[in-house]
Write a protein that binds this ligand. Structure first.
Ligand code: SPV
Ligand code: MG
Length: 432
């Protein structure tokens, strides 16, 4: 009986490197090729440009491949237990970084039944690099990027979103991958926070930083990333202005905006009732949502209504009544905010909303109730979690401490142990 060889792909295009792996694999027996499913592709690599069906057809068309299967988990336990191939073939580029955990997992699983690992030298030439960069460039195009958020809602249980306010924070959101709990993980989307965009400019979070400036920040982030963007649109301003902003943001490739039901001089929600804040009327805010929905031109763009009733201590009933009205006005999702440490009021709201509107995405920002886990939130129907300010809050004390150290010691030596080497900083930045 001929031997079997297994190799898994997570790619939208077959290039010389993949063909090399397939040719090598064929030397050992019948090749079963795996195609990594969508939900694991976004955790392991990036958002797929092709559908699963298209990726399967692409791999099936390769002459060395006898059979294609879908691999549903990045770790190989299940697929190897099921297929028991004599060999697993993989490029040798997984010896370091988060991918090393997958390599170790394959080795353990092969050892269970006496399978063998064949590592093929990774094809790291100019053409392969160019193809990879091209895939990234396509994903960053407005039409692809804009559509990604809605697609993600159907692919993964909860969308993990991190605040970004510049090219460099965008790169951190784009490139940080960790290995934990037997899998790899990364952020799915980026939040452009009014608080952090303002703080970055040394300005208060009162809608002082205007849309032209916010757009500049979005452009900086978009220039170097591919992940979908959710913009904190504050109150959206005057309805007559808001509709123009919707057009601009949609055209740029922003996937969603979150519009807050406050009016007049907006202050940051985390001040709660300590400062004067006015909630908009249901009628006026609903009219704003309706106007925005009428202004947009694609089905991809989402307008998410943010309810401030719990922040302003107006109670659950008011929050639910508003959610009902805003969904009726066309809101594509509801964000509920709270500044309590205990998440129970958030859970109560989510459970109620979920029962009434099973398909409306719920968004939360667990800054105050930060002990909740993503799994807990997902179990209450939350679809998008936003870590709204943590990158800014971690950078500020680090920078301040460096400034203090240099002032204290009249030199930079003492601060240096906490600094990222210039070489590492530079390696974050991609060439075109
Ligand atoms: C922001 O990040 O600007 C927000 C979330 O609006 S919060 O600061 O919690 O109000
Ligand atoms: Mg804000």
């Amino acid at each position: 009986m001929s031997k079997t060889v297994y190799t898994c792909f997570c790619t939208d295009i077959i290039h010389e490197g993949h063909r090399n792996i397939l040719r090598e694999a064929k030397k050992y027996g019948d090749v079963i090729a795996g195609v990594l499913c969508d939900s694991e592709s976004v955790r392991y690599n990036r958002f797929p440009l092709k559908s699963l069906e298209e990726r399967i057809a692409m791999i099936e068309a390769e002459p060395e491949v006898s059979r294609v299967v879908v691999q549903n988990e990045i770790m190989y336990d299940k697929i190897l237990a099921e297929l028991k191939p004599d060999y697993v073939v993989h490029g040798d580029n997984w010896k370091e970084g988060p991918m090393a955990a997958i390599r170790a997992n394959v080795a353990v699983n092969l050892a269970h039944y006496g399978g063998q690992l064949i590592e093929v030298p990774y094809t790291d030439n100019y053409e392969v690099k160019k193809i990879d960069a091209r895939m990234r460039d396509i994903l960053a195009m407005p039409e692809y990027r804009r559509a990604m958020l809605k697609k993600l809602l159907n692919i993964i249980p909860i969308i993990k979103t991190i605040e970004v306010h510049s090219g460099i924070t965008g790169l951190i959101a784009e490139k940080t991958v960790v290995e934990h709990d037997g899998g790899l993980d990364q952020f799915d989307a980026m939040w452009i926070s009014s608080l952090c965009d303002s703080t970055e400019k040394g300005k208060p979070d009162i809608e002082l930083v205007d849309m032209s400036s916010r757009i500049r920040t979005i452009e900086d982030v978009m220039d170097v990333t591919t992940k979908p963007i959710i913009l904190d649109a504050d109150t959206g301003g005057l309805i007559e202005h808001f509709v123009y902003h919707v057009r601009t943001l949609e055209r740029m490739g922003v996937s969603a905006i979150i519009l807050e039901d406050k009016t007049g001089l907006k202050k940051n929600s985390l001040f709660g009732t300590e400062v004067e804040q006015t909630q908009d009327t249901i009628e006026h805010f609903s009219a704003k949502i309706r106007a925005g929905k009428e202004a947009q031109r694609t089905d991809d763009f989402m307008i998410i209504a943010r309810i401030e009733s719990l922040i302003l201590e107006k109670g659950e009933e008011d929050a639910i009544a508003r959610a009902r009205a805003y969904v009726g006005a066309g809101a594509d999702g509801i964000m509920i905010h709270s500044r309590k440490k205990d998440p129970s009021e958030i859970f109560t709201f989510c459970d109620e909303l979920r029962a009434e509107f099973p398909n409306t995405p719920i968004v939360v920002v667990p800054t105050s109730f930060n002990s909740v886990t993503e799994n807990e939130l997902a179990s209450h129907g939350v679809k998008i979690v936003i870590y709204a300010n943590q990158l800014t809050r971690s950078a500020f004390p680090a920078m301040e401490s460096t400034a203090r150290s240099i002032l204290t010691h009249h030199r930079a030596l003492e601060a240096d142990k906490n600094l990222m080497p210039i070489k590492e900083i530079i390696s974050l930045i991609d060439d075109i």
